[in-house]
Design a protein around this ligand. Structure first.
Ligand code: SF4
Length: 410
């Protein structure tokens, strides 16, 4: 997840040879991310290199498969565009008075130089954590400490996302299937996932029920899905002056052609209606839009409240950003990334006590209430667990294979 990697010039040669062949930003990210594995030793960061030839072959194979799949999806998208009904009134396009968008920067091959680049790779969670509390960022993303089991709300959200992934992938790849089969296959995979979760099966059944209700409510909608769980990495900043490259990455639940044009979609489940008047001021949504060069994001809400009618539980919140807003987000993000570089270089991560009470209380409250030094280390080692690394390009292989089988056999 958190990757702050110092790449030495001598190790970048093979990567750059590969980039010249592929010139694809996702592959670049995989190589950069896969070859250098950051290891935190308590006082320094080190990079370790691994064999890349096998990775090159494997990446080339995956890239070829992806190209074929995307071509098939594009063809299918065109067919869907003709046949899908449009029951909803079109949304008014939102005027954008700002100048033409600056296209998201593509990853570029490294210019020849003697020294190495310092690379910072981060995502919206890391950025938001950095802005909330640098000390939290160090614990959660550099030392990768956390609590073992996710809170119930997170597990229910995960389960819903899994079923949504199956549902929209099948809609793209098997448009010939009856609508009920999209729901049935998604629920079946949801049941398989449910037994691996810490939450009660009854809770998972409830999530499955709401998912089915959502699908029924949305049957015949205009949305044409174009990509599911789309991962990206873009180069936000590169400067020889500070020898710094800043990459931003993420994974988007869904990209659709909607009533308002192309939009990035984020599924959000909740048990309560929590109005947020500033919902659009979000690193997650602005980052998605900037990175994909799309000006509209949609929060696809799935409420788990049984007392509300479907129309009240399944709502969509469109967020629209001007190009000027997205450019300002980029500049702001670059400033924070440079701040992160300073924190890392100086091994200094200050506490921000205004972050402690956010989101039902910070999980590191117990540690921060303890004396710094050995006592706090004891709490950190005994109350928290080291969690596995995460990156947006790492797929749930098992789930992907399961979906691929359904696509072939259904
Ligand atoms: S408890 Fe407060 S100071 Fe400690 S990591 Fe969390 S937000 Fe930062």
């Amino acid at each position: 997840m958190a990757k702050v990697v110092k790449v030495r010039g001598s190790k970048t040669g093979p990567v750059m040879r590969y980039l010249k062949e592929q010139m694809a930003q996702e592959e670049m990210r995989k190589i950069l991310n896969g070859e250098y594995i950051p290891v935190y030793t308590g006082d320094a960061w080190h990079g370790s290199s691994g064999p890349i030839r096998k990775r090159e072959e494997e990446e080339a194979r995956i890239a070829a498969e992806n190209r074929a799949r995307h071509a098939a999806q594009e063809a299918q998208f065109n067919r869907n565009a003709i046949t899908l009904p449009d029951p909803d009134p079109p949304m008014e396009p939102i005027p954008d008075p700002s100048p033409a968008p600056e296209p998201a920067q593509e990853a570029q091959p490294e210019p020849p130089r003697s020294g190495g680049w310092r690379n910072i790779v981060f995502d919206s969670q890391i950025l938001s954590s950095l802005q909330k509390c640098p000390y939290y960022l160090n614990l959660a993303f550099m030392r990768r400490l956390g609590v073992e089991h996710k809170a119930q709300a997170l597990e229910s959200g995960d389960l819903l996302h899994t079923m949504m992934k199956v549902f929209y992938t099948l809609k793209i790849q098997r448009p010939d299937l009856p609508y009920e089969q999209y729901i049935e296959h998604s629920k079946q995979i949801g049941r398989e996932k449910a037994i691996t979760l810490a939450q009660e099966l009854e809770t998972s059944e409830e999530v499955s029920y709401h998912f089915e209700e959502y699908c029924k409510f949305r049957e015949g909608e205009f949305w044409i899905p174009k990509a599911v769980e789309k991962s990206f990495t873009i180069l936000l900043h590169e400067s020889e002056e500070d020898n710094l490259r800043i990459y931003y990455e993420g994974i988007i639940d869904l990209v659709v052609d909607s009533e308002a044009g192309e939009a990035v979609v984020d599924h959000k489940s909740s048990r309560r209606n929590m109005p947020n008047p500033n919902i659009e001021l979000s690193n997650q949504f602005m980052g998605y839009c900037y990175s994909l060069g799309i000006n509209t994001a949609v929060i696809n809400k799935v409420g788990f409240q049984k007392t509300l009618k479907p129309a009240e539980r399944f709502t969509r919140v469109p967020l629209s950003y001007s190009n000027a807003q997205l450019a300002a987000w980029r500049d702001n993000t670059i400033w924070w990334a440079k701040q992160l570089a300073w924190f890392v270089d100086n091994n200094t991560f200050p506490q921000n006590f205004t972050g402690c009470d956010k989101y039902s209380g910070c999980i590191f409250g117990e540690a921060c209430k303890t004396d710094p030094g050995a006592a706090r280390e004891f709490v950190l080692e005994n109350h928290y667990k080291e969690l596995p690394a995460w990156n947006p390009h790492t797929r749930d292989k098992e789930l992907d294979e399961r979906i691929a089988r359904i696509v072939q056999e259904a």
